[in-house]
Design a protein around this ligand. Structure first.
Ligand SMILES: *Cc1c(COP(=O)(O)O)cnc(C)c1O
Length: 329
């Protein structure tokens, strides 16, 4: 049953993504064994966690006979850049609604979205997809068959990508004969988190998720936990899971989002340099830099059980590094 649901996807990336040990940092943060899951290497126009969601969303759009995709995000949205790449592969027209006004110079993800052929609409203060329905109506009046992907690709269809990802991880853990205690990751629009929570139930893994909140702002009046709860309840029905999720079952560590979305501080700079200079792996300044700082802070303060095996799920974001260059020096 759930297998046929998880098989209905359009191939967009390189899977499984590598699972690696962080040997140097494991020595430095004594008492823990650290690992990383490399979704920064999904292969879709530099990779990232949206590739997994888009495999299910693009398949759904094709199944519905749509020829045009609309989605929304920030100007440096990794989701929008990967959506533009997915549309190029699938032969779909792509419209991106990006907050703010058109900048003089395009760089980072915005530049890539442009190169990938997306039609870009700058939506001013409407930063989280408020204008999607208006632009959709305008395109439909021109005869387009539109498919709207919500902010961050975070509906249940998109979240299936991370249900499937847990199955992928389970196989890697079996092959490596490894058992994890914790998974840290950056949580923002909630789709990755909902998918991981559902996947852990479906594949019966005993691992604690520690999502690090990135953005303290709500999305259309809902908190991340409310969004995740709605998705996991819907997902539990679809996947025929027994678990009846409640709000208190939705983990979220909000200790690191106080500086606001996209504001790079010494914490993100420290985390980025720590992973880069010990392991040769680059984090992004908005999502994974913040989440990795949160993980290191929990390790330093011994908030995890002793000798724990800890995975950081790298969700991508590489192109934004160059946009934020001045704040990373
Ligand atoms: C979108 C994104 C996230 C957050 O994923 P959500 O499913 O929106 O919570 C984390 N890291 C990166 C690099 C992202 O682009």
């Amino acid at each position: 049953m759930s297998n046929s649901i998880l098989n209905s996807k359009f191939n967009l990336g390189f899977f499984p993504t590598p699972l690696q040990a962080l040997n140097n940092l494991s020595k430095k943060y004594e008492g823990y064994q650290l690992f990383i899951k490399r979704d920064d290497h999904t292969g879709l126009a530099s990779g990232g966690n949206k590739t997994r969601k888009l495999e299910y969303l693009i398949q759904d759009a094709l199944d519905q006979g749509c020829d045009t995709i609309l989605t929304a995000g920030a100007q440096q949205s990794n989701h929008c850049r990967q959506t533009a790449a997915a549309c190029a592969i699938a032969g779909l027209e792509c419209h991106l609604l990006l907050g703010g006004t058109e900048p003089k110079q395009f760089d980072g993800n915005l530049l890539l979205s442009h190169l990938l052929g997306a039609q870009i609409h700058f939506t001013g203060d409407n930063r989280k997809g408020e204008d999607l329905e208006n632009i959709k109506s305008a395109l439909e009046s021109k005869g387009k068959k539109c498919y709207v992907i919500p902010y961050g690709g975070s509906n249940l269809t998109g979240a299936l990508g991370f249900v499937n990802a847990v199955g992928e991880l389970k196989q890697q853990l079996q092959t490596e004969n490894l058992q994890l205690d914790y998974i840290f990751f950056a949580s923002s629009s909630g789709g990755m988190q909902a998918g991981l929570m559902l996947g852990i139930e479906l594949f019966e893994l005993n691992i604690e998720l520690i999502p690090i909140s990135i953005d303290k702002e709500e999305i259309n009046g809902q908190s991340i936990q409310e969004i995740v709860l709605r998705l996991v309840k819907e997902g539990a029905k679809l996947l025929e899971l027994k678990k009846d999720f409640q709000l208190q079952d939705i983990p979220l560590n909000c200790n690191y989002d106080q500086d606001g979305y996209g504001n790079v501080t010494e914490k993100e700079r420290f985390a980025i340099k720590e992973l880069a200079q010990n392991e040769g792996i680059i984090l992004d300044p908005v999502y994974t830099g913040r989440a990795f700082y949160g993980m290191l802070d929990c390790l330093k303060n011994h908030q995890l059980k002793p000798n724990a095996k800890v995975l950081f799920w790298h969700s991508g974001g590489f192109p934004a590094t160059f946009y934020y260059g001045n704040q990373l020096k």
